[in-house]
Design a protein around this ligand. Structure first.
Ligand code: DGL
Length: 267
């Protein structure tokens, strides 16, 4: 069967994963679902996040994808088992990918409140690299600001300072971008962290995990990517999504409005 990749996130965050995948794998047939009707996921309860994961993966399955990429840490942290159960096909995620990328002994994780509270990053890293000190920091203001297009405002700088401070205080050597929205504000985070601290984007590891699953030849580094093999779908505001996606993707995507299976959970 020809590989078809399904990626999902609450909004534009998963595009940071899509970009890494397209940069590495080129014209892979893919469908991206941004569940913009329900963004942000990161302040929802565990049970809501699990219902959401079930619905989005069911939708992707109905779209005949052959591999699911959880381009969202929050569902990865709280509902990976749900996604795997519903998918019935290979599922790749970000948390294991990030743990595989780490070599440092003191690690900070910036994430949504739900991901940070779940302890999923700490548990995975401590399991894979016993003795590592892991400091997780929830960042409730980031996703709403990023989805509103505020990528470099004073407000963003103020909250970023607040979130980064405990990690600097703990003398971490690496910081994991534990929410797929955060690569969009990497310049601000870079500015606030000491220069020797490495920023880790789990999407790089996720794109590598796909090597064995989608079987496309790897694209030479630095080759520009194209959006023509990707279908973009959202659950609300397709035009707003297209506008916010444009600077990151380098061109304006065509975005379709779709509805997931159960309208009762649409908001
Ligand atoms: N970008 C997602 C994540 O990686 C979801 C963020 C949100 O909607 O709160 O966690």
């Amino acid at each position: 069967m020809k590989p078809r990749l399904g990626l999902f996130d609450s909004g534009v965050g998963g595009l940071t994963v899509l970009k890494r995948v397209l940069e590495r794998h080129g014209m892979v047939d893919s469908v991206y679902l941004g569940d913009t009707a329900r963004v942000p996921y990161g302040e929802r309860s565990r049970s809501e996040i699990r219902v959401i994961a079930k619905e989005v993966v069911q939708w992707l399955r109905d779209e005949q994808v052959t591999v699911v990429a959880m381009a969202c840490n929050t569902t990865n942290a709280l509902a990976r088992d749900v996604a795997e159960h519903v998918a019935g096909m290979p599922v790749v995620g970000l948390i294991q990918a990030a743990a595989d990328m780490l070599i440092e002994d003191r690690v900070g994780v910036l994430a949504t409140p739900a991901t940070a509270a779940s302890g999923a990053y700490r548990l995975q890293i401590e399991h894979d690299r016993p003795g590592t000190v892991v400091v997780e920091q929830g960042c409730p203001a980031f996703v709403p600001l990023i989805e509103a297009g505020h990528l470099s405002t004073d407000e963003l700088l103020r909250v970023a300072r607040e979130y980064v401070a405990p990690l600097v205080e703990a003398q971490v050597e690496a910081v994991v971008l534990g929410c797929t929205h955060y690569p969009l504000i990497e310049p601000i985070l870079r500015q606030l962290l000491p220069q020797h601290v490495r920023l880790v984007d789990p999407a790089i590891g996720l794109a590598r995990q796909l090597d064995a699953l989608i079987g496309t030849p790897l694209v030479p580094l630095g080759t520009s990517f194209s959006l023509t093999s990707t279908r973009f779908c959202v659950t609300a505001e397709p035009e707003g999504f297209a506008t916010r996606a444009t600077p990151w993707l380098g061109e304006r995507p065509e975005v379709e409005l779709v509805s997931l299976r159960s309208p009762a959970c649409a908001s």
